[in-house]
Design a binder for this molecule. Structure first.
Ligand SMILES: [Zn+2]
Length: 129
């Protein structure tokens, strides 16, 4: 009886050790994932800063040198926003450029939203998309 009990206890101990090792492995994986996300977030923040600077520069040049109004810029932003079919403040980077009217259409469109021209199956503006 004592021997069996000891075997049982050893088995339980081994199981507990395995679970602890699994938990440690899971924690290490989560840590590595979190660190990778941290890096990606920092990279996105840097890109966002660069884009913000570029937009501010362009907006100031447009206002100061070409007297383009804030309303005109916002109207153009909405115009570009809706091109992918949703006025959602997001830009789909994969688009198709219409050869006839030079406007960008959503990547899934087969005909131009603006002029009805057939669109290429692959975008040359965004190759590989
Ligand atoms: Zn067109």
């Amino acid at each position: 009886m004592g021997f069996l009990w000891e075997l049982f206890q050893q088995r339980r101990l081994a199981e507990a050790n395995n679970k602890a090792a699994d938990a440690q492995q899971a924690a290490r994986s989560a840590e590595s994932l979190a660190s990778r996300f941290d890096g990606q977030i920092r990279q996105l923040e840097q890109e966002n800063d660069r884009l913000t600077l570029a937009v501010m520069a362009i907006a100031e040049i447009l206002r100061e040198q070409f007297h383009v109004s804030q309303d005109a810029i916002e109207a153009k932003m909405r115009d570009i926003d809706i091109r992918d079919g949703a006025l959602d403040g997001k830009v789909k980077r994969s688009g198709k450029l219409c050869g006839a009217c030079q406007r960008v259409n959503g990547s899934k469109r087969t005909a131009c939203l603006y002029c009805g021209e057939s669109l290429p199956t692959n975008s040359f503006l965004f190759p590989g998309s």
